[in-house]
Design a protein around this ligand. Structure first.
Ligand SMILES: Nc1ncnc2c1ncn2[C@@H]1O[C@H](COP(=O)(O)OP(=O)(O)O)[C@@H](O)[C@H]1O
Ligand SMILES: [Mg+2]
Length: 306
């Protein structure tokens, strides 16, 4: 059996009486693109901080590429590159200086400078590499932090909410770049509270809620947990009598607007249209809606994730 890239074993973390994480247990396969989802305060960053050795678990342990983050911290740290959620930097250093310092921290000398230059290029930082960090925009600073996480070519790259609060263009760049890293063989752990982001990028998804793991499965099987889609109809006449079969599928009536809930496998839109036609009910508009992970989250927790 091959060892997983990251193995989280029965991790708990308490801050006083707050259980930030309780008995969290899951593994991330080597080379996979893994999503850790959860609303704000779910415990995502706490878990990543434990992984990076920045804070200690109250109980349980984490292995990164087979190295316990406490007992074999140096090896674990070498295998991991973390892009933190908070922008932290020394304003008096330039991007290039920061990357060289970080590189030195991993015991790498000037032999690593060509890689640093390549990172600066790939992240479009070339022109700004020698300016003080404080002169860079928020988006540029985030790019420097990504380069910093990659300076020692870690096997596992962790991005903690990299797209929170960034503009659409940078979000696109970040998506492309993480896909590229994944294509190069890196294991990617992405935390996000944007459900559609996890859906677009991740092969497997774990969901944390109030410090507890409430799901851990392939994106596909997670999506199939909520087998419904919606059909919105705008009727020509609000007094139209809907056939009983269709009335039973309705989840909302608002004047001439009716929303039907369809089971993806059992209900066919064609059959519904035929039934409407047979009952002489005509409509002026029809729209389908496929639910995303939002609905799945609600179906798992019974609450909205905002
Ligand atoms: N250093 C800390 N001291 C006390 N409470 C903390 C600390 N760090 C995080 N928390 C709390 O732990 C919970 C999880 O936080 P966090 O891991 O940042 O969640 P997420 O990253 O999913 O938004 C929150 O309730 C947060 O307020
Ligand atoms: Mg966080």
């Amino acid at each position: 059996m091959t060892i997983p890239a990251v193995k989280v074993s029965d991790i708990s973390k308490n801050y006083g009486s707050l259980k930030a994480l309780s008995h969290v247990d899951f593994s991330i396969d080597k080379g996979s693109f893994f999503g850790l989802l959860g609303p704000n305060g779910a415990g995502k960053s706490t878990l990543i901080n434990i992984m990076a050795g920045l804070t200690h678990a109250s109980d349980g342990n984490i292995d990164v590429m087979g190295n316990d983050v406490r007992r074999k911290w140096r090896k674990a740290r070498n295998a991991l590159g973390v892009v933190p959620q908070e922008l932290a930097y020394d304003p008096f250093f330039s991007a290039r200086q920061m990357l060289r310092l970080q590189s030195g921290y991993f015991g790498l000398g000037s032999g690593n400078y060509p890689w640093i230059d390549e990172l600066l290029e790939r992240l479009d930082l070339g022109g700004k590499a020698d300016e003080n960090m404080m002169k860079l925009s928020g988006g540029m600073k985030r790019r420097v932090l990504i380069a910093q996480a990659l300076v020692h070519k870690p096997s596992v790259v962790v991005l903690d909410e990299p797209t929170a609060g960034v503009d659409v263009q940078l979000r696109k760049v970040l998506w492309e770049f993480t896909r590229e890293l994944h294509g190069d063989g890196h294991t990617i752990l992405l935390t996000t509270h944007y459900l559609e982001e996890a859906e677009a990028l991740c092969e497997k998804i774990a969901i944390l809620d109030h410090g507890k793991l409430i799901a851990n499965e392939t994106t596909k099987s997670l999506l199939s947990r909520y087998p419904y889609s919606y059909l919105h109809l705008e009727l020509k006449d609000s007094s139209s009598a809907l056939p009983e079969k269709i009335r039973d599928m309705a989840v909302s009536f608002k004047g001439r607007n009716v929303t039907l809930r369809l089971h993806r496998e059992k209900d066919r839109i064609g059959n519904i249209l035929e039934a409407l036609y047979a009952a002489k009910v005509s409509f002026s508009d029809l729209r389908t809606e496929v639910p995303g992970l939002e609905e799945i989250f609600i179906s798992l927790t019974g609450e909205n994730n905002d």
